[in-house]
Design a protein around this ligand. Sequence first.
Ligand code: R5P
Length: 337
Amino acid sequence: MRIGNRSFCAILVRVGGSKPTLQVFPKPNDSPMPEADHEGQRYAPDQRQETPGFYLKGSHQLDWGMKNRLARVFDPASGRTVMLAVDHGYFQGPTSGLERIDLSIVPLLPFCDALFCTRGILRSVIPAQCQKPMVLRASGGPSILRDELSDEQIAMDMDDAVRLNAAGVGIQVFIGGEHETRSVHNMTRLVDAGLRAGVPVMGITAVGKNMVRDAKYFRLACRIIAELGAQYVKTYFVEDGFETVTASCPVPIVMAGGKKLPELEALTMAYNAVQQGAAGVDMGRNIFQSEAPQAMIAAVAAVVHKNMKPKEAFELFTTLKRRAASVSEVVRMANTE
Ligand code: R5P
């Protein structure tokens, strides 16, 4: 039958023992609108679209681009990350272990989840074919030659972060520092730019020389940074009450490594941090200043992603270190023969 300019067909349908009913359908190929596909076959109208949450704390209401960048940094399987921090040169120059990033850090790239570096190092040294997510240092100003380090400014346009395909940017926030208000304002401007571009901002609790590093201070600093919009926070571990720092921060926290410790101590600190709620680490000196950086980053990754206990991780470090040493001995012998 035809109604207007469309054709319909009618069939008798009987469900179970019920009375047969007449049902009318539009004829498939008679629509005035051309269809690329067979109508009705792939719409699955009886299957509701899932609206899953997002695995990262406080990130479930962010936009897709922001979540996608976070998911490149934080492993969706463990919800955690091993970021390798090598941005120190932005105020310290060629510090110990970072004299030649091409030689010391590029070989470590396969073992980290993300690299935290400056745009200068990214453009000049990091191979563009590297598929690891890059988080870029976006603040700068005073060097180690100055006493007061809190006098920072935003040191990179968000446009450039997008141009460099960055997975995020990081900025120092000096809560309680001489230039506290400016550094907070730097961060909020960066967050606004990041929200426009879909680029997450990592706020970093920068501790002044005379400040007490305790849970009370880090609760305050992390919470201010999160309240003012950073998508995640980098902070230091404290022995007493670190779980209250992570609990009162509504977004993920990554632990900064701090000065070089013996490997077992550094692995224990990383273990305690993730067990007490950190979503991973952003460690530098404890990895690249280790006598076996590759073995160390592998051991840190086992602690972070597999909850490996510190002693076991230290054994892994020792085994990998020994193996690396014997490989380089074989290479050395081959080259001298
Ligand atoms: C941060 O503020 C620094 O520039 C480093 O990114 C940070 O200190 C992490 O490196 P490390 O583990 O060496 O402390």
